[in-house]
Unconditional design. Structure first.
Length: 131
């Protein structure tokens, strides 16, 4: 048992000389780990798509009576400029992620109004929200 423990300590502190079989086994183990760990361990290191999510891209425009708030959402945060159920879902998630007051609560989107920029493309969405 003492010999096994001594071998583990020597491998952990890399105290084998070059050219010994223990050194070669340790190097092979490291190379195998580097080559095969991405296939065996899912690191979930996908790059982010689109602009960085920040509160500057979602701003509060107006608070009307009855607690209805209007937020201006930058269209670059969304994938599709066409009004579909997916657009409403994407707007709901974007507002929930970027507005501190709406992160934990439930809210309803009452109205989505596209604001067109240069060239007729949608630049922003004015989203009316009722908590």
């Amino acid at each position: 048992m003492k010999t096994l423990w001594r071998g583990i300590v020597r491998v952990a502190f890399w105290s084998y000389e070059r050219g010994t079989w223990q050194y070669d086994v340790a190097v092979v183990a490291i190379v195998l780990f580097v080559l095969f760990s991405p296939r065996l361990i899912h690191f979930n290191d996908q790059p982010s798509v689109g602009p960085p999510q920040s509160q500057a891209l979602v701003e509060l425009r107006d608070v009307a009576t009855g607690q209805i708030s209007t937020y201006r959402v930058d269209a670059r945060l969304l994938a599709s400029p066409v009004r579909t159920p997916e657009l409403e879902h994407d707007l709901h998630e974007t507002v929930q992620k970027n507005v501190e007051d709406l992160r934990n609560g439930r809210f309803e989107i009452l109205r989505i109004e596209p604001i067109r920029g240069e060239g007729g493309t949608v630049a922003y969405y004015d989203v009316s929200v009722k908590p």
